[in-house]
Design a protein around this ligand. Structure first.
Ligand code: ZN
Length: 288
């Protein structure tokens, strides 16, 4: 098994700062386009819990350092830590490390991807995703669980995992985040959706010039912070419940099985559970 010492990292994977009543939480692996490893996701969870626990904080902005919000789950950086143990905090599963067959991947992704995303969507304080550059696959999950999304003009969104033979990223919210016809287009073609189109189809709330992204997001967060806090938390819960009654959580739960059928099919028929794809081949598919 790999150890932390064998996987040199580039500093803190998450930055946490406060600006008045607003917590600024930043994915901080810009060298790897903020690819999400377990270390980063656990640190993100800790930062979000810190923001919720601090009574002086009323709104949370989630952004990414560098030119990109997030290129998705880590499928090939030196800090990739899929075989490394981490504390169970989001689900009731046991340890994934060292489990053979489908078990390890199923348990790991249920804990680390679905479990944490469900927690973050249910945070009682309002969240805004601040998106520039790439927001791909696992990146979508982080943006989608936020209440509002502000994108810069250079941002683009994509879920290209069908290239791996997988029917969409683990948090299968696509037909709830945009009209179902557009979700089909995003998934079946695996193309980039530019920020402007994401705005037109209702997936993001604002598109602003790159130079204005920080200020526009902060202004929106300050506005949220002025709202009655408990009422806002109740409104957020009402919206989450409405989405769930429209079938969001059931859809995610049901599709998670198909997602892992695909992982297992890949493992049985190809070189690995990702069908041999890596960051380079996936990035090349998005250029087409
Ligand atoms: Zn997966």
């Amino acid at each position: 098994m790999s150890t932390q010492a064998e996987m040199p990292e580039e500093g803190e994977p998450i930055l946490y700062a406060e600006d008045g009543p607003v917590a600024l939480v930043t994915l901080n692996r810009p060298r790897y386009r903020n690819a999400q490893n377990a270390r980063l996701l656990q640190a993100l969870d800790a930062a979000l819990r810190r923001a919720v626990a601090n009574d002086a904080i009323s709104a949370i902005v989630l952004g990414g350092a560098g030119d990109h919000f997030s290129a998705g789950h880590d499928i090939g950086t030196p800090g990739r830590d899929i075989h490394k143990s981490f504390p169970r905090i989001a689900t009731t599963w046991w340890e994934h490390e060292g489990r053979a067959g489908a078990e390890g991947t199923f348990v790991r992704e249920d804990e680390l991807y679905l479990g944490l995303c469900r927690r973050w969507r249910a945070l009682p304080k309002p969240t805004i995703a601040k998106v520039q550059g790439a927001c791909i696959a696992g990146g979508l999950m982080l943006a989608w669980v936020c209440d509002l999304i502000v994108a810069s003009e250079d941002a683009f969104f994509a879920d290209p995992v069908l290239r791996m033979g997988i029917p969409g990223v683990e948090y299968f919210a696509h037909p709830f985040m945009m009209p179902p016809r557009i979700a089909r287009e995003m998934l079946l073609l695996g193309e980039r959706m530019p920020a402007r189109r994401a705005y037109e189809v209702g997936m993001v709330n604002r598109v602003v010039p790159r130079a204005e992204l920080d200020e526009a997001t902060l202004a929106m967060a300050r506005k949220l912070a002025e709202m009655p806090r408990f009422g806002l938390a109740l409104a957020k819960r009402a919206l989450n419940q409405a989405e769930d009654r429209m079938g969001l959580q059931d859809t995610i739960e049901a599709t998670y099985g198909l997602h892992h059928l695909a992982h297992s099919h890949n493992a049985l028929t190809q070189s690995d559970y990702l069908a041999g794809q890596d960051p380079k081949s996936m990035a090349a598919s998005l250029k087409k």
